[in-house]
Write a protein of this length. Structure first.
Length: 259
């Protein structure tokens, strides 16, 4: 009987130690504890040492750090009936641990599913050209829509980035042909504008030369000088009629008597 008391005391001390150990929690700086007392929400505690009443209080640990989530590739049909695959990356964090635990069963899974459906719904309203050239605007639209819908869960969506827009081979070839046709169109427009400007300048030059015949003669001489620089060519250059005309008249004039 003398050994019963120390053994019973040791058991009691061991039981108390187990209860104290089970009631203590240590939370890091980026963690919070959502504490429930007899099943009802009590308070959010942490970081640091948290003391719980065993059997009466329970806690759910919530991470407040930024979560980077890959949104799997989604089959999207654009507004111009082009089928493509689009994936994205989502940046969000918990700002209200109470709502993140109470309002939704699993906020990570819920946010992932919501991001997938929102990605299909938003991109389906835009044409393919907008998806390829206006990603910044689409990213901002996605971020605003997701942030407004996850606000009830205590989640803040910081950013959404569309990563890849995958097209099939036939669509890639069609886009290449479209780009080539657009380049040819621009080249023809630029060439036509150049011809128009050149014709306007030539018309102005012709008007000036018509008003000043001496300028036309100087232009002839300048052209002869340029052509003469090439010694490997034989060029027949017509003389102006106002130069040859007086000479022809002198030759055709009848000879005077006694001359």
């Amino acid at each position: 009987m003398g050994f019963d008391f120390p053994i019973g005391l040791s058991a009691i001390v061991l039981l108390l130690a187990v209860l104290v150990a089970s009631s203590l929690r240590i939370l890091r700086e980026y963690e919070r504890a959502v504490v429930f007392q007899l099943g009802r929400f009590w308070r959010v505690k942490g970081p640091g040492l948290v003391l719980l009443i065993p059997g009466i209080q329970q806690m759910v640990r919530v991470d407040l750090r930024m979560v980077v989530m890959d949104v799997p590739s989604q089959d999207v049909i654009s507004r111009d009936n082009v089928t493509l695959k689009v994936n994205a990356v989502l940046y969000f964090r918990v700002v209200d641990p109470q709502r993140a635990v109470i309002q939704v069963e699993n906020f990570l899974a819920a946010t992932s599913q919501l991001a997938q459906t929102t990605l299909r719904a938003v991109l389906g309203k835009h044409a393919l050209d907008e998806m390829l050239s206006e990603r910044e605007r689409l990213n901002l639209d996605l971020q605003k829509i997701l942030d407004s819908q996850t606000d009830a869960w205590g989640i803040k969506v910081a950013n959404v980035e569309i990563k890849h827009v995958d097209l099939n081979e036939s669509m890639i070839r069609a886009i290449a042909r479209q780009a080539e046709a657009e380049r040819e169109r621009r080249a023809k427009v630029i060439h036509a504008e150049g011809e128009l400007q050149a014709s306007e300048k030539l018309a102005q030059a012709a008007e000036i030369l018509a008003r000043q015949p001496q300028a036309l003669q100087l232009r002839y001489l300048e052209t002869l000088t340029v052509i003469a620089a090439d010694k490997n060519s034989t060029i027949v250059f017509p003389l102006p009629l106002d130069i040859v005309g007086p000479l022809l008249q002198a030759l055709n004039r009848p000879a005077e008597p006694g001359a």
